[in-house]
Design a binder for this molecule. Structure first.
Ligand code: NAP
Length: 267
């Protein structure tokens, strides 16, 4: 397959989970992939597994100076950036802080989630537009969430940040079109995808299987999605197959946003 042959891509949060699966799918489609993450050991290991068309760069998406440095390095080495996937994201549960509801969440936790999930996407789009402007074309894919389309009482900051990513995607898409640039920007909205992100809430005890069933109880397809199933849609959005798609959103959620599968019971 060569839908991304010769393209230069940068993926954030690519050391594991969905980002790592996107990196693998991009390589399989012929791209050169710069994996980036704050997990240097994990990111280097993933890049090494992917072979000579992959490299790793440290990039904390919250830090504008690091965005400047990483993108300047790619432009110096390869002369262009064709694809950016803003994938890095956190739930806020990582450090064991499960109090994320709108009444009790701390302002500190609220800001921390927005800094990574929203500021990171803003900075990525900003510097990618500047890099892609040189050759006038490119594709930006922002990983939002099903949680950006509905309210999530137990994860207020996460839901708010992902909703803002959805909206900013459309702003970027319109801005680029207005500027006469063929830089497309679209968002992807995964439902429950089984990655290490879920470990703090699933745990590894005897309750794990029951918790997994509970989390997908309302998903019509009754299972977690796989990272590869998200990566497949990202490949399409990054490729020429999506040449007329910008400001659009794709849900990959086992049907949960389509509505309820519950059938009315006879009285
Ligand atoms: P994951 O397994 O937790 O992987 C996320 C990666 O991002 C980790 O390697 C993490 O590094 C890295 N990261 C965290 N903060 C970062 C920062 N400031 N700068 C750069 N990298 C950073 O998550 P995932 O499940 O693959 O999720 C990927 C994206 O999909 C996220 O945006 C997430 O919100 C979204 N999403 C996931 C699901 C799901 O069910 N899994 C559903 C909807 C949307 P450390 O491990 O060192 O923190």
């Amino acid at each position: 397959m060569s839908r991304l042959a010769g393209r230069i891509a940068l993926i954030t949060g690519a050391a594991r989970g969905i980002g790592a699966a996107i990196a693998r799918a991009f390589i399989d489609e012929g791209a050169f992939v710069h994996l980036s993450d704050i997990d240097d050991a994990g990111g280097r290991a993933r890049a090494a597994e992917l072979g000579e068309r992959a490299s790793f760069r440290h990039l904390d998406v919250r830090e504008e100076s690091q965005w400047r440095e990483v993108i300047a390095g790619i432009l110096t080495e390869q002369g262009r950036l064709d694809i950016l996937v803003n994938n890095a994201g956190i739930t806020g549960f990582e450090n064991g802080d499960f109090v994320q509801d709108p009444e009790h969440a701390s302002l500190e936790a609220w800001h921390a989630v927005h800094r990574t999930n929203l500021d990171g996407v803003f900075l990525g789009c900003k510097h990618a537009i500047r890099a892609m402007r040189g050759h006038g074309s490119g594709a930006i894919v922002n990983i939002s969430s099903r949680s950006g389309l509905v309210g999530i009482p137990g994860a207020a900051a996460y839901a708010s940040s992902k909703a803002a990513v959805r909206n900013h995607t459309k702003t970027v898409a319109l801005y680029c079109a207005e500027q006469g640039l063929d830089i497309r920007c679209n968002s992807v909205h995964p439902g429950a995808i089984l990655t290490p992100m879920w470990e703090p809430v699933l745990g590894d005890g005897p309750e794990r299987q029951a918790r997994m069933r509970e989390f997908v109880r309302d998903t019509p397809m009754r299972r977690f999605g796989r990272p590869e199933e998200v990566a497949a849609a990202v490949v399409m959005l990054a490729s020429d197959e999506a040449a007329y798609m910008t400001g659009a959103e794709i849900n990959i959620d086992g049907g949960i946003l389509a509505g309820s599968v519950a059938a009315p019971e006879p009285a």
